[in-house]
Design a protein around this ligand. Structure first.
Ligand code: URA
Length: 268
């Protein structure tokens, strides 16, 4: 973790970085929200560059809490292709937050590319969101990638061992075949467009990408566009996966209904 002093001897990270990681928007958008006075930390209007303890400090955006232990809600969405995970899209594409209940306000945990389908967690629990997305917690994310061409054993070995990307070598990954052109890839870093860039680097651009697991969370029954609240046991499993403790108040694991079942996240 890039822990640096937060002022009073506490470790901290820049507020805009935490907000961006929790899916509020790009780093630039988050800076603008702070500059506009729309973000508060522990009740006080936040300052640009302020460092916070993402585990403890209470952060609000437009008065909506981002990451309170009590009253937290957790939704698991099967994000369809073409839906963005940022709060708003300049191109006017639909957003993931618009697919789940409007209040209390939730944020996507991490990013999926607009073209990427599959499981996306949305919550107002900023602490858990932080732990699920920060690479130091190493939470696994599993993807099914349909790729161009038929990857050779050598290509698979390279993906497993780590490939050189412009932002550095990727950590070892678990990679298995699913049919000729399908790959099941499990990573725990979460860099921008990581799976697509890894596959491209070994000569097999991704044609379709579906996230099928977030740590202990999987659901083959959610169809694209469907969401459901997490069960309390699932919230606890996420807490365990991130080394955190199950919190009192995590009991209200979402407030909505579950849509019709069916569906399969396997590549077409
Ligand atoms: N890797 C990618 O390339 N894209 C995603 O959306 C997620 C992981």
């Amino acid at each position: 973790m890039t822990a640096e002093p937060a002022g009073e001897g506490r470790p901290g990270e820049r507020l805009q970085k935490v907000l961006a990681r929790c899916g509020v928007g790009s780093r630039r958008v988050c800076e603008e929200l702070i500059e506009a006075g729309r973000v508060r930390v522990n009740g006080a209007v936040a300052l640009l560059g302020q460092r916070i303890d993402a585990e403890r400090d209470r952060v609000e955006v437009d008065g909506h809490a981002l990451g309170t232990a009590s009253g937290s809600v957790y939704y698991l969405l099967n994000k369809p292709g073409g839906v963005v995970t940022t709060a708003a899209d300049p191109q006017g594409r639909p957003t993931a937050v618009a697919l789940v209940p409007r209040l209390p306000r939730v944020f996507p945990v991490g990013r999926l590319d607009a073209d990427t389908e599959g499981l996306l967690l949305l919550t107002n629990d900023g602490g858990l969101a932080h732990r699920l997305t920060h690479p130091s917690f190493g939470v696994e994310k599993e993807y099914l990638a349909e790729v161009q061409g038929v990857p050779s054993p050598h290509a698979l070995r390279r993906l497993r061992q780590g490939v050189e990307l412009e932002d550095g070598r990727t950590a070892p990954a678990r990679v298995g075949r699913v049919g000729d052109r399908g790959l099941r890839i499990t990573i725990h870093e979460g860099r921008n467009r990581q799976v697509r860039r890894m596959c491209e680097a070994v000569g097999h651009p991704v044609l379709r990408l579906v996230r099928t697991r977030i740590g202990p969370l999987a659901d083959r029954d959610l169809t694209p566009g469907q969401w459901r609240p997490l069960a309390v046991s699932e919230v606890r499993a996420l807490e365990r996966a991130t080394g955190g403790r199950p919190q009192d108040g995590a009991g209200r694991a979402g407030g909505g209904g579950r849509g019709p079942g069916g569906g399969d996240l396997a590549p077409r």
